[in-house]
Design a protein around this ligand. Structure first.
Ligand code: ADP
Length: 267
């Protein structure tokens, strides 16, 4: 592997609790360099999964958090001015393609569509990236792969992927894990005992049932890990749940009270 990417190698195993056969399926997808789309609500383990897979496959990982201000140049690269004149600097996508990393574009729908189309020539059998400003055609390294994540819950007419983008990817569905698996994750990541973790998961399950009935998103695994970390630091469970689980997901007083009372049935 090229020196440029040494900093992007993950040397310690990121803890990842698999929920089905996603690890094997991803390995198969990587073996044919199929671009992958990870679909699912925020905080359910997509990023951790990619980190784990990059570690397992021993490939460097370059992650880009997408946002609406992002331009194609932010991905591809640009000329910079320095003391000696202008100098080209590869963007993260070009760096990954040139040297052979997995490029993870997190929350891709946040980026404008005219930005996301730059991945098109890299995600079909051309595996090329034209750097128009530089007049260079980069041929993707054999190890290069594109992975994108997206939350179908946020989908709207304005924020959806182009059909022509979607069809370039294989997709894996992610969701909150079952009770026992999520409890194990909260024990490991949050540092609480199993009984406490199981109660926190039960609170989340109640809230997830309210999704679509006044709640846009349920309580995520990430939020449970936050609540557990507070409890492990000595914060009273009731206060930790209110702060880390309930207040962030609703501004509506009735919904807040309903969730608070769900919390008190467990704590
Ligand atoms: P996403 O990328 O889907 O928004 P993350 O991968 O960042 O979510 O997950 C948020 C946190 O939840 C992680 O940092 C980790 O602590 C925990 N987590 C969620 N799912 C898992 C899992 N399957 N295995 C291990 N940790 C998980």
């Amino acid at each position: 592997m090229q020196d440029e990417l040494r900093d992007h190698l993950i040397t310690e195993e990121p803890y990842y609790q698999s929920t089905a056969d996603e690890v094997e399926l991803y390995e198969a997808a990587y073996s044919v360099r199929m671009p992958m789309m990870l679909k699912g609500p925020t905080g359910c383990g997509k990023t951790r999964f990619v980190e784990h897979m990059a570690w397992k496959l021993r490939k460097p990982l370059i992650t880009v958090s997408c946002n609406e201000d992002m331009t194609a140049s932010d991905l591809v690269g640009r000329y910079l001015l320095d003391a000696n004149g202008t100098r080209w600097q590869d963007g993260p996508l070009t760096q990954a393609a040139r040297h052979g990393a997995i490029c993870y574009l997190d929350e891709i729908v946040e980026a404008r569509q005219d930005t996301t189309v730059v991945i098109h020539p890299l995600t079909d059998n051309r595996r090329m990236l034209p750097l128009e400003k530089k007049g260079e055609m980069v041929e993707a390294h054999p190890d290069f792969q594109v992975v994108i994540s997206y939350n179908p819950g946020y989908q709207s007419l304005m924020k959806d992927l182009k059909e022509s983008t979607k069809q370039r990817f294989g997709a894996l569905d992610f969701n909150y894990p079952d009770h026992a698996t999520e409890t194990r994750i909260v024990v490991h990541e949050g540092g609480v005992n199993e009984d406490m973790a199981s109660k926190l998961v039960s609170v989340a399950e109640r809230a997830r049932n309210l999704k679509g009935h006044g709640l846009d998103e349920g309580i995520s695994t990430r939020m449970l890990v936050y609540a557990a970390s507070l409890i492990a630091k000595g914060v009273a469970p009731l206060a930790a749940c209110r702060m880390a689980l309930v207040r962030p997901i609703t501004d509506d007083p009735d919904m807040r009270d309903a969730l608070d009372s769900a919390v008190t049935t467990f704590f």
